[in-house]
Design a binder for this molecule. Structure first.
Ligand code: AMP
Length: 634
């Protein structure tokens, strides 16, 4: 069983854990069984707290484990009663709230839960509802200051398979006089679809709470969730998750990281794997208290400004963050008693070393940088809490996960294994590795053969102590603070301009967000256009604001491979040199910056400073905020 915390410090400790077969370390089974076990052990301890507003004294709702189990049971029974069978999808298009947790856990118990990013546009939501075959959609009732309900009802009109829409009214989280205003300010929503619309809470109240009305399918291979990747492309991929992988995330989290006495704050969205699995499943497996501050989490009104006070309010011991959030939090003073904090789990994008140090110094906690992805049902590796943390690495593979660095052909055939410290593609085997995307056409070459190793598309190396270092991404996503942007979206938009012949979009280094989108353009012969024209054009064509390029550069010719593909590594070098040169110049340092591909470090800036002597500390003060490494050129 996973109840004792395992002092996991080295690769050898991890191997000792793995020497015990997984089935003996934890009972397997389903997420619902995990929840029921915790509710039996800790019936009246707090399970989930949610506050609609971000202030430290704002009203909050807390469910204990008994209440959470009862309401999840009701949600699962409700979904069954409206036609959701084992293989049927229940989508939710919701910001964070207690009901989002109920939809997640109830949905995966009754059928296949499909969380959808509520910031997506109508057409994208509709495409996901169609591809997953969603029968039921849980979403917000029309509410002031959000257009989620409008978008979802319009999307349902384009997804004829949806039979029922269940609405969550956030009004119940407000007190008078604010709650009186809601009916006056509710936006009007057009319903041009035939799905019936019901009130989620009213239906829930009618469902049985003490036991499931149906026999749960406990097969660990049962597909219980479908998560979409990316989020900013017109065609996100739908990843399928088995019960085994979800339970695995929870039990490993409880084994290695979190116990029943912990309080876990999660200001990250529940439509992404990080919040859904390593966080929520770990709370479920361990009995820890999960705190969700506001529907929009870190983006919620007042959350950043009040964050440390929220930590004090709830006695938070473990926080979850992404690098952008860490950077924004460091813009504010630590103005509360945060002595309860022990660890911060940070993942989803590279965390600059300078920020890592500053954050630990200001808060007194320890950052555990980890690595995960949708295709592995999230958690892959983490710096061990009880052992050496290597800053800049993503730590050791979690127990029962094996990582290898391979070179593969496009079809997945392994060409060779890489040596220690040699960069190649990070490949994985674990109980969390998913069985593939819903659309079989997306699965070609996804697993390295022989051995069925998941190809992550991430480039990296494994050092002599077994730590994983990510050096780049084969798959080219632009990660703006943990928010994945597919470069194709930008490329397609700009290619629509008559003066543009070729476009390559990449992420350029950014002190705040890690990366921001940047596009390089080659003009059609004889065409003339200004950078500003192209920036305006892109802003008008790209619906997702985060994906609009920050910079567009026009080149005589874009670098291309032998088969005519735009060669992005050269664009990244250019952009990095430009950003680093500018940052140094702004600090009064004139330097010649060239960017090279270092076999161990990946893209690395080489700095030659003009003048008598280079002051390394002054350069570090400027460049330490960026994720990519640098060194002096002598
Ligand atoms: P997602 O499926 O949205 O979770 O995105 C997964 C991708 O995010 C991975 O394949 C990596 O490219 C990237 N990623 C996750 N964690 C880290 C990290 N700690 N450092 C760098 N990149 C990361």
């Amino acid at each position: 069983m996973a109840q004792e915390r395992f002092a996991w410090a080295t690769l050898d400790d991890k191997r000792q854990i793995e020497a015990i077969p997984a089935e003996q370390r934890w009972p397997g089974g389903t997420v619902y069984q995990m929840l029921a076990g915790t509710a039996a052990r800790h019936p009246s301890r707090p399970a989930v707290s949610f506050q609609l507003k971000g202030g430290p004294a704002d009203p909050a709702e807390t469910l204990d484990w008994t209440a959470l189990k009862a309401q999840v049971t009701q949600a699962a029974n409700l979904f069954r009663s409206i036609g959701v069978g084992d293989g049927d999808a229940v989508a939710y298009v919701l910001p964070n709230a207690t009901e989002t947790v109920l939809a997640l856990l109830g949905g995966m118990t009754a059928g296949v839960v499909s969380p959808v990013n509520p910031l997506l546009e109508t057409a994208q939501i509709a495409a996901i509802l169609r591809e997953t075959g969603a029968k039921v959609v849980v979403t917000l009732a029309p509410f002031p200051k959000t257009d989620i309900a409008q978008k979802v009802h319009a999307a349902v009109a384009e997804a004829p398979g949806v039979e029922t829409v269940l609405e969550v009214d956030l009004k119940r989280y407000l007190r008078p006089p604010l709650s009186w205003l809601v009916p006056l300010l509710r936006p009007k929503v057009e319903r041009r679809h035939r799905a019936r619309v019901l009130d989620f809470r009213a239906e829930l109240a009618r469902a049985r709470a003490d036991a499931l009305d149906f026999a749960e399918d406990r097969d660990p291979d049962r597909i219980a969730a479908m998560f979409h990747t990316g989020g900013t492309t017109g065609h996100p991929k739908i990843a399928r998750h088995c019960q085994r992988g979800m339970v695995y995330n929870g039990h490993v989290g409880a084994l290695c990281l979190i116990g029943a006495e912990d309080v876990l704050i999660c200001p990250l969205p529940l439509f992404h794997v990080l919040a859904a699995y390593p966080v929520t499943m770990t709370a479920l497996a361990s009995g820890a208290h999960l705190v969700l501050p506001t529907p929009a989490g870190y983006r919620g009104e007042g959350v950043m400004d009040n964050f440390w006070k929220l930590v004090e309010r709830w006695g938070v011991s473990f926080m979850v963050m992404v690098p952008t959030a860490a950077s924004a939090l460091m813009q504010r003073p630590v103005n509360a008693d945060v002595s309860s904090l022990k660890y911060a789990l940070c993942g989803s994008a590279p965390l600059p070393v300078e920020l890592f140090r500053r954050f630990e110094e200001a808060t007194g906690l320890r950052i555990l940088e980890g690595y995960g992805m949708t295709e592995a049902t999230c958690l892959v590796s983490i710096n061990p809490p009880d052992g050496e943390r290597k800053i800049g690495s993503v730590g050791l593979p979690i127990p029962y996960t094996a990582a290898k660095i391979l070179h593969c052909a496009a079809d997945g055939t392994v060409l060779r294994d890489c040596a220690t410290d040699e960069v190649g593609e990070i490949c994985l085997r674990s109980p969390g590795v998913f069985p593939g995307y819903k659309d079989p056409a997306r699965n070609a070459g996804l697993f390295a053969q022989p051995g069925d190793w998941l190809r992550t598309g991430d480039l990296g190396r494994i050092d002599a102590d077994g730590y994983i270092w990510i050096t780049g991404r084969a798959k080219d996503l632009i990660i703006r603070g943990g928010h994945n942007i597919d470069p194709a979206l930008i490329e397609e938009a700009l290619a629509g301009h008559p003066a543009v012949a070729f476009v390559g979009a990449i992420g350029q280094p950014d002190a705040h967000s890690g990366e921001v989108p940047c596009a390089y353009v080659e003009l059609a012969a004889g065409a003339q256009v200004t950078q500003q024209d192209l920036l305006d054009f892109a802003a008008g064509r790209i619906a997702e604001k985060a994906a609009v390029p920050k910079t567009i550069e026009i080149l005589d010719e874009l670098p291309k491979t032998a088969v005519g593909k735009i060669f992005k590594p050269d664009l990244r070098k250019r952009a990095t040199a430009r950003i680093y040169t500018r940052a140094l110049l702004d600090a009064g340092i004139r330097a010649d910056v060239t960017v090279v591909e270092d076999p161990k470090l990946g893209l690395t800036a080489e700095i030659a400073v003009e003048g008598p002597e280079a002051d390394e500390h002054a350069i570090e003060a400027v460049l330490g905020v960026f994720a990519r490494p640098w060194r002096l050129r002598r």
